[in-house]
Design a protein around this ligand. Sequence first.
Ligand SMILES: NC(=O)c1ccc[n+]([C@@H]2O[C@H](COP(=O)([O-])OP(=O)(O)OC[C@H]3O[C@@H](n4cnc5c(N)ncnc54)[C@H](OP(=O)(O)O)[C@@H]3O)[C@@H](O)[C@H]2O)c1
Length: 342
Amino acid sequence: MAHDPLRWGVLGTGKIGRNAMIPAMLAADNARLVAVASRDLARAEAALAPVADRAPGARALAGYAALLADPEVEAVYITLPNSQHVEWSTRAAQAGKHVLCEKPLALTADDARRVVDACRTSNVLLLEGFMYRFHPQTAWTLEQVAAGRIGPVVTVRGSFAFDIRGRPHDIRLQGALGGGSLLDVGSYPLTYCLAVFAESPRAVAARAQVPPGAEVEHAVAAALDFGAGRLGVIDCGFRGPRHQRVEIVGEDGRIVVEAPFTPGTTDTVVRVVRGDETLEKRFAGVDQYRLQLEHFGHAARSRSPLAIPPEDAVANAAAIEAIYRAAGYTWPPVAHARSDHP
Ligand SMILES: NC(=O)c1ccc[n+]([C@@H]2O[C@H](COP(=O)([O-])OP(=O)(O)OC[C@H]3O[C@@H](n4cnc5c(N)ncnc54)[C@H](OP(=O)(O)O)[C@@H]3O)[C@@H](O)[C@H]2O)c1
């Protein structure tokens, strides 16, 4: 444990917080969990109960505002529905807290820009929680591309889908909460494309599938034109068997990542195919949520910039907007009303 761990508060008691980020906070070398807030005190208590012995002194709080008012909290992890990310990231920044917000940071580029500006004004860190960027396999793959290992990249293909049947009340299916498969799983292959090309698409063609009676789209396919013949092709959805994959095609070879986004903590392999040769690069299993937190904590303590600049969240939101517009999908699906809970 670092001498002076970053003191974290968690806004919301959702699945990803309870199952991944709170355990990662307890495991991280430089983090300490000091508070969890819920709209309902009992839920905050229930989220803390299983880890009480490893988070001595951590407090359960009623209402998100109470956590922002807690002087011991230095950094806030926001694990709320997508529609609430902008409001609570902004309020956290205004309270002087560093912000690690779950993806996507915002539903529109304008909103993302407002959060980035609020964090800059308050001189706090801002990270959009694309945790896969902190997995060594992602860093290595992007290094191979940058080093020209497969030649100039011509196409990036990415997919992420899972079957949401059986979860009819999921936040991902609700328009008012910023649901939709592109904002949820689709944002992963999309941001992978943007990371490879290191720029925004110049034009987009897309289709979105909205099942009868559904509030949000359940599947999206998009072709992104990065100019000079460079294309991104992504698809995502809430249907079909769980599936994720990224393939980066260059003029001289290709790189295939079979579990690019949520590989769990098992070993992974990235294949580099050049002509008849295939190199298999193996990675020992890691907790990418922990690596994300440790990077954030190090940046906060050393006052150094994060590896992923906050402006990336603006570009990500702009690309999401461009895809929805190209698909003729009504966007944004919710008025950005201030939430009615404390
Ligand atoms: N990086 C990743 O690996 C990853 C994985 C999954 C999800 N995510 C992101 O994490 C966020 C949360 O996803 P999740 O799957 O953890 O969601 P979830 O289990 O549904 O939890 C959402 C939490 O938000 C709070 N909340 C506030 N207003 C709400 C409302 N009107 N309806 C429902 N919940 C409300 C609730 O906490 P209280 O009731 O306690 O206040 C709830 O527990 C999303 O932005 C999602 O995109 C990221």
